[in-house]
Ligand binder design. Structure first.
Ligand SMILES: CC(C)(COP(=O)(O)OP(=O)(O)OC[C@H]1O[C@@H](n2cnc3c(N)ncnc32)[C@H](O)[C@@H]1OP(=O)(O)O)[C@@H](O)C(=O)NCCC(=O)NCCS
Length: 166
C-alpha cells in the first residue's frame, strides 16, 4: 500500500484526526492512483474499460481523494454544471475499507467543501442497487430509472437549505 508525500496535489482540504480530502491534479501520479481505485471498484467488476468520452470528461472535471493516515481510501469526481450546481460522479471506496463509514465521510467532506465554494445543489446518477446509500445522505430520487454502463441508474439530488426551488 502506497503512502504519500502529496507532491501532485494542490491543497489539503480537510485534516481531521488523520483524515484528509485532497484535490488532485489530473496529470499527477496521485491522479493515476485515484483512477486505479475507480477502475477497480467501478469498471473492473463489470468487465468494462474506460471509454474515450470518460477520458475527455476527466480532463474537464475536478478530482478528489480521501486519505486516511496518508493512504488513499476513497475517490470522487466533481463536475460543475453551472454556478451553484455540482454533479458528483465515480464515487468509490477501496474495497477493504467499504462498509466502515468511509463513504459517508467522503460524501460529507466533499459536500462541505463545495458548499463553502457556493454549491447549493448536488446531483448524481446512482446505481439503483446503491441508491440506499444516498438515501441515507438525504439525496432524493428525481425521475425514472435509466441505463448507464449497462446498469439501471436513477438521478438523485440534494438541495441545501435556502435553495429549495432549484
Ligand atoms: C457505495 C460506496 C461508495 C459506499 O461507501 P461505504 O464506505 O461502503 O459505505 P458506508 O460504510 O459509509 O455506509 C454508509 C451507509 O450506507 C449504507 N450503504 C452502503 N452501501 C450501500 C449500498 N450499496 N446499498 C444500500 N446502502 C448502502 C450502509 O449500510 C450504511 O448505512 P448504516 O450506517 O445504516 O449501516 C462503496 O461501497 C463503494 O465504493 N462501492 C463500490 C462502488 C460503487 O458502487 N459506487 C457507487 C456508484 S453509484
Amino acid at each position: 500500500m502506497r503512502t504519500h508525500s502529496f507532491a501532485g496535489m494542490d491543497r489539503i482540504l480537510t485534516d481531521i484526526e488523520g483524515w484528509e480530502l485532497r484535490e488532485v491534479f489530473s496529470e499527477s501520479l496521485e491522479y493515476q492512483e485515484l483512477l486505479r481505485l475507480r477502475f477497480n471498484e467501478l469498471r473492473k467488476p463489470l468487465g468494462l474499460e474506460w471509454t474515450e468520452a470518460e477520458g475527455e470528461a476527466d480532463k474537464l472535471d475536478r478530482h478528489f481523494g480521501l486519505y486516511h493516515e496518508k493512504v488513499l481510501v476513497g475517490s470522487v469526481v466533481v463536475a460543475t454544471l453551472k454556478s451553484g450546481f455540482a454533479k458528483l460522479r465515480q464515487i468509490a471506496v477501496a474495497r477493504p475499507q467499504q462498509g466502515r463509514g468511509v463513504g459517508i465521510r467522503l460524501m460529507a467532506a466533499i459536500e462541505n467543501l463545495l458548499a463553502r465554494e457556493g454549491v447549493q445543489r448536488f446531483e448524481l446518477n446512482a446505481r439503483v442497487d446503491v441508491a440506499g446509500f444516498y438515501d441515507s445522505l438525504n439525496y432524493h430520487r428525481k425521475g425514472g430509472v435509466f441505463e448507464e454502463i449497462g446498469l439501471p441508474h436513477v438521478k438523485m439530488i440534494k438541495l441545501l437549505r435556502g435553495n429549495e426551488s432549484a
